[in-house]
Design a protein around this ligand. Structure first.
Ligand SMILES: *Cc1c(COP(=O)(O)O)cnc(C)c1O
Length: 444
């Protein structure tokens, strides 16, 4: 017999299945921090990104409290790429967070917001030499990613006639796979130690920190314990061998938010570690393994702080019946605004209670692209044109990765702690889109 590859087909849910009745209670959210969702879309348009300053502050305080109650010197560095809207960065800076950037653009954006070089960590695998030189001159914390960067920095040290304080980024096996091994120097095979030795022998740079960022949406607190242990062991060793005094270890970001990863069956409340569990894993490993003076502890957490503070409001435009009987809703927000739709099953809330039977439905965006799917399998009552849906949590990586594609990108608002909404990003328009285009003379 000819071999046939086995396949698994999803069984579409009908009225009842072993997973229970689809006639679930409707999940309703009619307001965000006291502001009615219809009032928001009427005033600012739809779709609309909405951020809650209250949630941003609560999350930040929760993480800060868990770490500072366990460890003497902790600093938070806001990861710009997670969400670099000025208003959002400003809130974190006002709360005491410094800046973590991974490109010259993000560096410039932080400087423009008034952040001094010394309060910026410059990470990333691609730091063009002139950008690196500016950052060095301004006293930024440079985290070296590869051997070429050591050479670049030594040249800059000669050009500026100064010794440059640096940190290196490390990667390692933390027990979570696939491991992120393409950034920095590997600790397990001795490469990180060799890099420190190379820096020491070059006599132009001084090592002041050790950094790692082990991944994103890490569901294991244990991985951070392993990471911290390895960073601290490397610290002990290079202090002893080279006489360095390592001021800080930076354990990066990557803490998970309460989002629902596709393929993960259990609820986020069950699988996502708490701030307390992350803090305990990291700080206990420092106490257990550190020899000599305790280093400062730096965190670059992004997603876990902002994801739950972000909502996307979208309005139902039409519905249709697909050939397989499923109901499809066309809404005004597409995957060009929701980059993370590829990984998450978002929570989707209705603006009010709807009459009628729930049925298997899907939610599609406005793009003329088959991939524009916001929710593939969702049980919904019959919705009307004009129904407003709230998609949550979307605060991390969506604004920064959203693209102008087919339609204009929408506005973003911030609701302050008094419940007043403020515009923080204007929508794109035609002028904005064509501003950088050039029509050659001969085509005019
Ligand atoms: C992206 C990034 C972060 C933030 O990661 P989150 O998963 O959003 O917490 C921190 N550090 C570095 C180096 C990064 O690249």
């Amino acid at each position: 017999m000819k071999y046939e590859k086995p396949t698994i087909n999803r069984v579409d849910f009908a009225l009842a299945s072993k997973y229970g009745s689809p006639l679930k209670t409707q999940r309703i959210k009619s307001e965000i921090d006291g502001v009615d969702v219809h009032e928001l879309t009427e005033k600012f348009g739809s779709p609309l990104f909405v951020f809650s300053q209250r949630v941003i502050e609560e999350k930040y305080k929760e993480f800060k409290e868990e770490f500072t109650s366990r460890y003497p010197e902790v600093e938070f560095w806001w990861s710009y790429k997670t969400n670099y809207l000025d208003a959002i960065c400003k809130i974190y800076h006002k709360l005491g967070s410094k800046a973590e950037v991974v490109s010259e653009f993000e560096y410039q954006k932080a400087r423009r917001l008034g952040i001094e070089g010394k309060d910026i960590i410059f990470n990333g695998p691609y730091k063009p030499k002139d950008a690196l030189k500016v950052a060095v001159k301004e006293g930024a914390k440079i985290h070296i990613d590869h051997w070429y960067e050591i050479n670049d920095l030594e040249e800059i040290a000669d050009e500026l006639g100064m010794e440059i304080p640096v940190a290196i980024r490390c990667n390692m096996d933390t027990g979570v796979y696939p491991a992120w091994s393409r950034f920095g120097f590997n600790i397990d095979n001795g490469e990180a130690y060799d890099a420190v030795k190379r820096i020491y022998e070059g006599k132009k740079l001084i090592l002041t920190g050790l950094h790692s960022h082990i991944g994103t949406f890490m569901l294991s607190a244990e991985a951070y314990k392993n990471e911290t242990k390895k960073l601290i062991q490397l610290k002990n060793r290079v202090e002893k061998d080279f006489g360095y005094e390592i001021e800080y270890i930076d354990v990066g970001g990557g803490f998970a938010s309460k989002n629902r990863l596709k393929g993960v069956y259990q609820a986020p409340e069950v699988v996502v570690p708490t701030a307390e569990e992350y803090a305990e894993a990291i700080t206990s490993a420092i106490y257990e393994y550190n020899e000599g003076k305790l280093p400062k502890l730096y965190l670059e957490t992004g997603r876990a702080l902002i994801d739950e503070a972000g909502y996307l409001l979208t309005t139902v435009f039409a519905s249709k019946r697909l050939p397989d009987g499923k109901k499809s809703y066309i809404v005004d927000a597409g995957v060009n605004l929701l980059y993370t739709a590829f990984w998450y099953n978002f929570n989707i809330f209705l603006d009010k209670r709807y009459e009628g039977l729930n049925e298997p439905s899907q939610i599609n965006g406005p793009l003329c692209m088959n991939i524009d799917v916001i929710a593939e399998n969702i049980t919904l009552p019959p919705l009307d044109r004009g129904s407003v849906l709230t998609i949550w949590p979307v605060g991390a990586y969506n604004i920064t990765q959203s693209m102008q594609f087919i339609r204009y990108r929408p506005r973003a608002v911030l609701i302050d702690t008094n419940g007043t909404p403020h515009l923080i990003r204007e929508a794109d328009d035609l002028d904005y889109v064509v501003e950088k285009e050039v029509l050659p003379e001969y085509l005019k």
